[in-house]
Design a protein around this ligand. Structure first.
Ligand code: NAD
Length: 471
């Protein structure tokens, strides 16, 4: 049996991963028809919008969609048709952390993966290669196989691959154009190896051979969790050191620079901050914690759990520093929070540190002005309501005001808190900001992006992560 030559791809899930990933596949493989489907009609409509008002902000994405949409790239809500026609199906649905039930707060909620898998089994009338694109616990492919085989029609065979996505939001398109590696996991049977070869041929259209790694299914699934856990661990490690810097007079930028010179450590991902956010790091570590506990490895679980606990501590520590510095009370004081997205160059707010900070400021009865260049007001209200389910939107709106510019947000504020490293915050007219603020005027740099010395010369009292307050 020879590997199937892929000519039609279906991607279930038109989110932050499915959308950009399969748009790039369509662009790079004009001979393959790619249909990205989603149950969320508003999302699909946005992908199809005539003015390219896409549902995701990602540098370079619009250009990719403009080139491929309507040629060999399609977005649709007709999930069944796309499944039926495809020879390879990516499952790129959300896998959030369970919010309730057994394992709540730790285990991955695999309901969306299961529903998508059942749909494939029900609809398919011919053989398919089914590819896990979602990040899933180790051995999820086994459950998918059981569901597919129990529900398949005669003469339909399903080969399951794991092909986790390593893109980072904000740089998704450049990551997809030249990935560090593409990882494909398969069963080490003749059929599994053939299916792996079929997917490898798709990526070979633009990814160099040596960057396509083929491994066993379980190694592939675990590698994705491991990669995110190691990245998050690095952030928590540097943040733990930032607390020591603040207490001793060491400077975290100098420490990062010094240790990053060690070729075994390397300079990347060593920037201290108010804490990591995003939909993946916390979720994937908790996934690893849950997996470790299920495997009766409590010490391993405790080790990884500490990475998340350190991140929570960093956010709490930062909020407390704001309150302490503003003379131990922020009641009735206006605080400008610059940035709501979890990082720069994305409109994604999932697990954003800004949400925790604003909630802390609300609980201290401060008034909060928020500004973000990419996040919509609707999204901000939704997130703040979710963060405080016992508060009504009206009561939140008495304390929080959404602004159209950084300058507007800082007007009449006592303090500016930088929560997201948007480049425009580095380049604001700080003289104008200072002129509009109440005095003394404070800046809290949660992302280490401003020139603290320059701001001090203007008159600000500046507090940055990883440096003592007086420096
Ligand atoms: P997302 O929430 O943005 O998108 C998932 C989409 O799947 C949603 O639009 C949802 O409506 C759709 N969906 C769910 N069930 C469906 C079904 N049965 N049929 C059709 N559509 C369905 O999520 P995301 O950020 O794209 O993440 C997807 C997966 O990729 C997750 O497992 C995540 O952990 C992983 N991942 C995310 C990133 C990232 O940076 N966001 C990076 C790497 C991996």
């Amino acid at each position: 049996m020879a590997p199937v030559k892929v000519s039609k791809i279906c991607c279930i899930g038109a989110g932050y991963v499915g959308g950009p990933t399969c748009a790039v596949i369509a662009l790079k493989c004009p001979h393959i028809t790619v249909t990205i489907v989603d149950l969320n009609k508003a999302r699909v409509d946005a992908w199809n919008s005539p003015d390219f008002a896409l549902p995701i902000y990602e540098p370079g994405l619009e250009d990719v969609v403009r080139q491929a949409r309507g040629r060999n790239l399609f977005f649709s809500t007709d999930v069944d048709k796309a499944i039926e026609e495809a020879d390879l199906i990516f499952v790129s649905v959300n896998t959030p952390t369970k919010k309730s039930g057994v394992g709540a707060g730790f285990a991955a909620d695999l309901n969306y993966v299961e529903l998508a898998t059942r749909r494939i089994a029900t609809v398919a009338t011919s053989s398919k290669i089914v590819v896990e694109k979602s990040t899933v616990p180790c051995r999820t492919a086994e459950s998918m196989r059981t569901i597919l085989e129990a529900n398949s029609k005669p003469n339909c065979r399903f080969d399951i691959l794991s092909n986790p996505e390593f893109l980072a939001e904000g740089t998704a398109i450049s990551d997809l154009f030249s990935p560090d590696r593409v990882l494909i996991g398969s069963l080490q049977t003749e059929e599994g190896i053939n299916a792996c070869e079929s997917l490898k041929q798709v990526y070979s259209n633009w990814v160099p051979e040596e960057r396509i790694l083929t491994v066993g299914l379980w190694s592939s699934e675990l590698s994705k969790l491991a990669a995110n856990a190691m990245l998050a661990q690095r952030i928590s490690s540097i943040n733990a050191l930032s607390a020591i810097c603040e207490a001793t007079g060491a400077n975290i930028d100098e420490v990062s620079h010094a240790i990053g010179y060690d070729s075994r450590i390397g300079p990347k991902f060593l920037k201290a901050s108010v804490g990591f956010g995003g939909s993946c790091f916390q979720k994937d570590i908790l996934n690893l914690v849950y997996l470790s506990e299920s495997l009766h490895l409590p010490e391993v679980a405790a080790y990884w759990r500490q990475v998340v606990e350190m991140n929570e501590y960093q956010k709490r520590r930062f909020s407390k520093r704001v309150v302490d510095t503003l003379f131990n009370t922020i009641t009735g004081k206006r605080i400008a929070v610059l940035g709501f997205a979890f990082k720069a160059d994305t409109g994604d707010t999932r697990e954003s540190a800004a949400i925790t900070l604003i909630k802390d400021f609300q609980s201290e009865k401060a008034l909060v002005n928020v500004y973000d260049p990419q996040v919509s007001a609707d999204q901000i209200w939704l997130d703040l309501q979710e963060a405080s389910p016992l508060s009504t939107l009206e009561s939140i709106q008495k304390q929080v005001h959404i602004c159209k510019s950084a300058l507007e947000a800082c007007k009449n504020a006592e303090a500016v808190v930088i929560a997201t490293e948007w480049k425009e915050f580095k380049d604001i007219d700080w003289e104008a900001v200072y002129a509009g603020m109440n005095k003394p005027a404070f800046v809290f740099d949660g992302r280490l992006i401003v020139d603290a010395e320059k701001l001090r010369k203007i008159g600000f009292t500046v507090t940055t992560i990883g440096r003592p307050s007086s420096v």
